[in-house]
Design a protein around this ligand. Structure first.
Ligand SMILES: [Zn+2]
Length: 80
C-alpha cells in the first residue's frame, strides 16, 4: 500500500466515522419544552432574611447583619 493509498484510507475511515456519528446523534426534539419561568427575584431584604434564618437579616451600610429576631418590633436594627 503506497503512502497516498494509506492517507486516502484514513480519510475515508474518518469520513465514515463522522457519517455514523451524525446518523447516531439523537434528533433534536421538534418542540422543546418551554422552560419554566423562574420565580420573580426576591427583594434584597427577603434574600438577606432567608440567609439569616430566624434573624431579621437586615444589613447595615457596613455589611453587618441585624441580629434581632425576624420581623422585630423594634424600629432600629441591632448589629452587635
Ligand atoms: Zn433588624
Amino acid at each position: 500500500m503506497s503512502k497516498m493509498d494509506n492517507l486516502r484510507a484514513m480519510r475515508e475511515a474518518k469520513y465514515a466515522a463522522a457519517q455514523k456519528r451524525a446518523a447516531d446523534a439523537p434528533a433534536r426534539p421538534q418542540a422543546p419544552v418551554a422552560p419554566v419561568a423562574p420565580p420573580a427575584p426576591k427583594r434584597v431584604e427577603e434574600r438577606a432574611a432567608d440567609a439569616a434564618g430566624d434573624l431579621c437579616g437586615h444589613r447595615n451600610m457596613s455589611g453587618r447583619t441585624c441580629t434581632r429576631e425576624r420581623g422585630h418590633a423594634a424600629k432600629s436594627h441591632r448589629y452587635s
